[in-house]
Design a protein around this ligand. Sequence first.
Ligand code: ADP
Ligand code: MG
Length: 671
Amino acid sequence: MNKLAKLGIENYQDLLFHLPMRYQDRTRITAIGALRPGDEVVIEADVVAADIVMGRRRSLLCRIQDGTGTLTLRFFHFSAAQKSGLNHSRIRCFGEVRPGPSGLEIVHPEYKVLKEGEQGALEQTLTPIYPATEGLTQPRMRSLVSQVLQALGSEPLDELLPHSELERFNYPPLTDAIRYIHQPPVGADQTALMEGMHPAQRRLAFEELLAHNLSLRTVRQNLQILGAPQLKPSGRLSRPFLDQLPFSLTDAQLRVAREVARDMSRPIPMLRLVQGDVGSGKTMIAVLSALQAVENGYQAAVMAPTEILAEQHFINFSGWLEPLGIKVSWLAGKVKGKARQAVLEEIASGEGQIVVGTHALFQDEVEFKELAMVVIDEQHRFGVDQRLTLREKGRKDGKLPHQLIMTATPIPRTLAMSAYADLDCSIIDELPPGRTPVQTVVLDDGRREQVIERVQQNCLGGLQAYWVCTLVEESEALQCQAAETTAIELQEALPDLRIGLVHGRLKPADKAEVMAKFKAHELDLLVATTVIEVGVDVPNASLMIIENPERLGLSQLHQLRGRVGRGSRESFCVLMYHAPLSQQGRERLSVMRDTSDGFKIAERDLELRGPGEVLGTRQTGVMSFRIADLQRDADLMDDVQECAQRFDSDSGTARLLCDRWINDADQYAQV
Ligand code: ADP
Ligand code: MG
């Protein structure tokens, strides 16, 4: 049973939910004349010749005939007895058909020599093939499942979907569905089963998605019971802030700002995700929501995942808000000693009305006087747990602060509906006017010299450029080393340019200094690892070279590329890959070339790589489904939402559903 535990199978129910990944059809005999390459078939035929052939490898070739055609069976491992046993016999064999040097063949088929007049038995159901583990053979898995299925007869699993729902969606009862999937009867729709689209399979995926949805709803209801400070927008601070901006907000920004303002003026905690492509102006939403808290005499916290990004927010917020008489405080890991003590006091006394910082804001020593609004920028970098820690800091008299989570990593709708069913979503689906899309070129790194030439022209023309080094190794040290080497090489090739280097191993102060120099145009070219991914704003940078882009996710590439194209002039991104590219690699890079729409890119990324990768490892725990597959079952999401609304998420059935489908580790209710 240890081997089963490795598969996460601890009880009968787990075993029944461990579904076959595909099937073999051993229920019927296929005529040789009807074979196509790739078929897995049972054949019954006469062996007309069995010869040993000395090719590159010594092999035994049997020619078999069944009256409709001829087929070759090829064996690389065989004995003399096997050869003579096969010759001129009648056999039943099973295997995968593939094209060979002289027509179709099967390599190492399973076979049985039939006695005179013998009829070999055929299987009564399709044969399931399970995702297995070491030491557990398929026959063993099949026999275990078979035993449990028999026991189901006397002890059926509880049917947790109401009859009315089964009817509405035309789903079979649970026990029937399970039986059907493990032992599909002769004549079952094999194509649907293979694709996971049979109603019996869909029903299970549906039930699992429903359980997750109900669980998230419960979390949310528990939150709402707690209540939050009611913050009505007065416009006392937000109006003068907007008046002093050199631009007016886009329609999309205005709409999202209204949604946020409405949430905050209600006495229940806001939990809203703002998605907006790189450069769509999410910061404005953060400022407005913070101001709404301050207008009501409360504090707001704004947190960003990196020091560079947090500091940029701090500089911007101070620039906009200090003239309005608002105190903006700054807290990051590098604020030490007396300065830190002073900031902590500012925060505790309430003098710091808006506090901008990194995850340093989570620390125990940080105490707010009256925190009512928490903004978390680029949420995909933080785990759910961190987000909740900051929320707890604002818990006061049983009330929770409002929360706004902002992300530029577009989360496809299906993913958002499952991973973030506990959040409301707003989308800034419009860029400020006057942006020109970045032109993307995909090049082989054999043309590196030409690319260097291009960097030279760009920079001598008064513009700036990024050179991004990526490395497949997880080790940050190696990444930084690669960036260092590249910087030295480029400096040799481009002696006239002022070249800077940032990577994750620099001290934060040194990193900030290089960034500041680049921003001030004291550097022409910035060689960097992917640390520059989020948020950094240098409008004069109009060219980005990304080495080995095939190693990064599409959304990450899109983020990186968003660092250019911030001014009004034409910008370029060169994706310099290392040949040869896989088919998928080629497809992915051409997606980058062909579209600049972050949502489309994320959808394609999800299709090509699956949800775990798109959301980043931190979140995959939230997303682990046993049966459902967010791509395949995307079209179930609307039905699931609808059905969840008809359910009382507090009911006993809802609890049983969650117990059945959600691991303790994933219990959202506990976070
Ligand atoms: P992101 O959504 O990537 O966080 P930012 O908030 O950093 O985007 O905004 C990107 C740039 O666009 C900033 O320089 C910002 O000042 C500018 N910006 C924001 N909103 C507008 C607008 N409505 N019109 C013009 N420029 C804007
Ligand atoms: Mg931003």
